[in-house]
Design a protein around this ligand. Sequence first.
Ligand code: G3P
Length: 233
Amino acid sequence: MNSQKIKYPLILVNFKAYREATGSNALRLAKIAEEVHNETGVCVSLAPQFCDIRLLAEEVTLPIFAQHVDPISFGGFTGSVLPDAIKEAGATGTLINHSERQLKISEIAEAIRISKELGLTTVACANSESVSAALAALGPEIISIEPPQLIGTGIAVSKAQPQLVSGTIKTAKSVNESVHILCGAGITSGEDVAAALRLGSEGVLLASGLVKAKDPRIVLLDMTRAVTSRKGV
Ligand code: G3P
């Protein structure tokens, strides 16, 4: 059983529903990420589609995350994503409220409560500074700030909206000082990761910059270099 622990700085890769990260392609990408982690020691975690969680958790030693869970326990919930099943499949944690899979605040609270009870690391996704403050009050381990308008653009939030990142860190930590902050949207290079770390975030949440890269290994090595070469390592 995988359920590897994460460490910071964290590079969390969201596979979304991209063809390049589905089924055997998800495994190929996971093996590349594991090689880069083994070479650099940087924590790289992966969020594949639900049907690939067990495959990746059994084949690589990286922490595997679900992209979403529903706020439910066992019962008649056809088509829902059961946190217990995600845990059983070997996941270490889960994203909650990604801008492409949003929940109501009461559902987010329940999804965090159930996931934490199961020992799943919770990454609550916020699309604004004020939402990150509300989410911080619900006690997730991690908050990821992601302006939806930058998702998939290659325009890195850490460069285009640095004040959103630094403001979110300040606001979220004023509500819950132990919460870890990631930033995401448009992250495609080591430089974008370095900018995110300089702003005080503890890592990044990214997708297309790596999943759709011509050479994912080169891109990921560049990103991990930003972590290992930062001051005070
Ligand atoms: O979950 C991260 C994702 O929404 C960011 O997307 O493609 O801009 O890295 P992308």
